[in-house]
Design a binder for this molecule. Structure first.
Ligand SMILES: [Zn+2]
Length: 609
């Protein structure tokens, strides 16, 4: 359709870099005669928390076609009600854009990034109508080189990356294509006939050829896993680089990423796989996997596009858990990381779950349901009181994968379940119900894993990951930590003899307590989150030394802990206890058995360039 033919037209431009304002004009040809209602979503799909994006709207005004003001009032925090009017109207408003995250909107002198949920008011009564968007190039000479990256469809046949006219078939589509404006780098590649672009904004000095090579293999893996025509022709990894930010959010044909620029690989690091780069590939893998698993295969509760209030679902263990399982696994399968490196990551996941005593209080389905107020609003008690549907969901996916392989004499795997989810639900746009996995297993793979799934989803019983890995040639070992920062996954020397039981960050003098594990020596001594831990038995503590300092004492001894809390010095008794074996690593003992799980079997020789 042409730009002028759409009954709803948005125009968006940069108003003030210093003030961080985007400005929007919205033209509506046929407003509701009883008074047009306009609203902004309270949350963005993929991030299950009420964000109240409307709080950033300022300078709201409405006028008719001759410029006469139309009165309005607000009916709630995110809804505007205009006075009755017949004939075309225009609404103008500014959006304060200074949230450097993948969820909202941001503007500085380097780039502008926004999600439609933060900037485009929904026009009540016409959310199913096509609309157009004019994205206006800033006139400031400092922004002369700015271009534009989005997967919003072009309204007129110009080049991608040009400012100008874009369009969407509905409001739901309009808000699912984030936009980046700036002077960014484009790393293009093609895989299985999909045109991919890695967009890097914010400045970097990384080995883009290496990233392109690795990322194209991962994209190829996911497309081939689902064994069907890819559901998009073009896909963007829109990456904002920063000092230490981290985040990813999935969309229909793109993902928005926030990543530390120093964690991208440099040309000097060609021969190794730095942890930060492995994490970047895993993040990209995760978000692209969501193109199927949650963007197109969707839980019933999230299928309706209602973004005004919370939508509760028990199914995030499938959508985030399975995605978290495949994000790392696919790196091993396509040869981007070694099998040992993959098992290190799996060991870290098992360590995280093992140390999380909240797994013994909350089920994974409860965690999913309460994501809005618990997982997304974690406080000091999180490690002790809640379980992550990402972490436990990924371990459930591992167990399911291995159980399916075991019970089907290696004829089937979780890959089949993903393909069934796609062909029976995602491709047909049918939402999933909470027992979808049980039903698919019974109906199409003839497997009854009801007992396992009931226990995994609705109880706090331990998962059988250890015995299943053992059956596939991988032995799970537990050991004590070797430092306060030990994330597990690897065999280690110099293990701690004595336990501490709290997480800390370094201060110039002392340590700031960030987490206290229930029933640990630190917990029993009375340490709490926010305390500044200064001295152990009168000696100043540091991150590097604390473990060794504790090891100098015998189990059962009582030590003094000097702590500053709310400007008051406190002294606690700390009773020395042996270090728990809370750290997991995985050893391969039978490569033949392991190959029944981790052989690179699904990648063909499809050309990638
Ligand atoms: Zn995710």
């Amino acid at each position: 359709m042409s730009e002028l033919a759409t009954p709803i037209r948005y125009h968006l431009g940069v108003k003030s870099v210093a003030g961080h304002f985007l400005t929007i004009r919205l033209d509506i040809d046929e407003p509701q005669a009883m008074g047009q209602i306009l609203s902004l979503p309270a949350w963005i799909p993929g991030s299950y928390m009420i964000r109240d994006f409307a709080k950033n709207i300022t300078r709201f005004c409405a006028q008719d076609s001759v410029g006469a003001a139309i009165a309005y009032h607000k009916t709630d925090k995110q809804t505007w009600q205009l006075a009755p009017h017949v004939g075309p109207i225009s609404i103008e408003y500014d959006v304060y854009a200074f949230d450097l995250s993948v969820r909202s909107a941001y503007l500085d002198d380097e780039f502008a990034f926004f999600n439609g949920t933060s900037v485009f008011l929904a026009v009540a009564g016409q959310t199913e109508c096509p609309c157009s968007v004019e994205l206006v190039k800033p006139t400031d000479t400092a922004m002369e080189k700015w271009r534009l990256a989005t997967t919003l469809p072009l309204a007129v046949d110009t080049d991608w990356h040009e400012f100008g006219h874009y369009q969407a078939n509905s409001y739901k589509e309009l808000i699912d294509h984030p936009v980046l404006m700036g002077d960014y780098d484009i790393v293009p590649f093609t895989s299985n006939n999909v045109s991919f672009e890695l967009i890097l904004a914010g400045g970097h000095n990384s080995d883009t050829q290496r990233i392109k090579k690795d990322l194209s293999k991962i994209c190829q893996h996911h497309i081939q896993l689902f064994a069907d025509k890819p559901p998009m022709e073009r896909y963007l990894f829109i990456t904002m680089l920063s000092g230490d930010g981290f985040g990813g959010l999935e969309h229909m044909s793109s993902t928005a990423l926030l990543y530390p620029r120093d964690d991208l690989p440099s040309i000097a690091e060609q021969d190794n796989m730095p942890d930060g780069y492995r994490r970047f590939l895993s993040l990209c893998s995760h978000e692209f996997f969501h193109s199927w698993n949650v963007k197109r295969i969707k839980p019933a509760e999230l299928h309706r596009g209602d973004l005004q209030a919370e939508r509760y679902t028990e199914q995030l263990w499938i959508y985030e858990g399975f995605t978290s399982y495949y994000d790392d696994l696919s790196l091993q399968r396509c040869g981007v990381i070694s099998t040992e490196s993959y098992l290190e990551l799996m060991g870290q996941n098992l360590t995280r779950l093992h140390r999380n005593s909240g797994r013994l209080k909350q089920t994974v389905t409860e965690s999913s349901f309460d994501a809005w107020t618990k997982f997304y609003q974690q406080d000091a008690s999180a490690i002790n009181n809640i379980v992550s549907y990402y972490n436990k969901g990924a371990v459930i996916a591992l167990c399911l994968d291995l159980l399916i392989r075991q019970h089907s004499a290696h004829q089937h795997s979780l890959d089949d379940v993903m393909r069934l989810l796609w062909t029976h639900y995602g491709r047909k746009n049918i939402p999933t119900e909470k027992n979808v996995i049980q039903e698919l297993l019974q109906e199409y793979i003839r497997l009854d894993l009801e007992d396992f799934l009931h226990s995994a989803l609705y109880t706090i019983e331990e998962l059988p990951a250890l015995s299943l890995l053992e059956a596939f040639g991988a032995r799970v070992h537990t050991r004590a930590r070797n430092s306060l920062q030990d994330k597990g996954g690897l065999e280690a020397k110099n293990l701690a003899h004595n336990a501490f039981g709290a997480s800390v960050t370094a201060l110039e003098i002392g340590l700031k307590v960030t987490q206290v594990e229930e029933n640990s020596p630190a917990f029993n001594a009375g340490l709490q989150v926010g305390d500044i831990f200064l001295a152990l038995n009168h000696w100043q503590v540091s991150v590097d030394k604390l473990s060794a300092m504790l090891d100098a004492y015998a189990v059962g001894q009582t030590l003094n802990l000097h702590v500053m809390r709310n400007q008051k010095m406190k002294v606690f008794d700390f009773v020395v206890e042996p270090a728990p074996k809370d750290t997991v690593f995985i050893e391969i003992f039978d490569h033949t058995k392991l190959n029944n799980w981790l052989c690179a079997h699904i990648l063909g020789n499809t050309k990638t360039n």
